[in-house]
Design a binder for this molecule. Structure first.
Ligand code: RTP
Ligand code: MG
Length: 141
């Protein structure tokens, strides 16, 4: 399988729970390398732009409000099949439906406060990495 990059966000609920390290340990155990990272507060505009694909959905306002409610940890991950691998580590969007042992099953509270974001395809991964890490601040190692 090809080496890919994907964009991951540890959402405000998981940052507030102080489990950044536990989530990073899962990336590492799965062979995903952190190639860019920053802790940030998203503005409403950034969160709205980032989730623009969901603009017409009934949950959009709550999503933007949640994503701006506290700091988030944003990282680009690199590894074999990184996009699907990260989605598998995350588990289903609704933590009640997430498989045991996934990040959302173990750390998420609800479908809104669901601990992590992960790109869902190669195209979105490229756009999302460029959105948060424009230019030179993504490093292969
Ligand atoms: P994400 O983009 O954050 O990785 O989540 P996802 O792919 O698993 O789910 P997606 O369909 O892209 O939805 C983005 C976020 O919107 C919230 N959502 N709420 N109430 C609802 O029915 C609903 N559906 C989605 C979730 O917080 C989801 O992570
Ligand atoms: Mg999504």
């Amino acid at each position: 399988m090809a080496i890919e990059r994907t964009l991951s966000i540890i959402k405000p609920d998981a940052v507030a729970k102080n489990v950044i390290g536990q989530i990073y340990a899962r990336f590492e155990a799965a062979g995903l390398k952190v190639v860019a990272a920053k802790l940030a507060y998203l503005s409403e505009r950034e969160a709205g732009e980032f989730y623009a694909v969901h603009k017409e959905r009934p949950f959009f306002k709550d999503l933007v409000s949640f994503m701006t409610s506290g700091p988030v940890m944003i990282q680009a991950l690199e590894g074999e099949g990184a996009i699907l691998k990260n989605r598998d580590l995350m588990g289903a969007t609704d933590p009640k439906k997430a498989a045991p042992g996934t990040i959302r099953a173990d750390f998420a509270e609800s479908i809104d406060a669901n601990a992590v974001h992960g790109s869902d395809a190669a195209e979105t991964a490229a756009v999302e990495i460029a959105f948060f890490f424009p230019g030179m601040n993504v490093y292969s190692r």
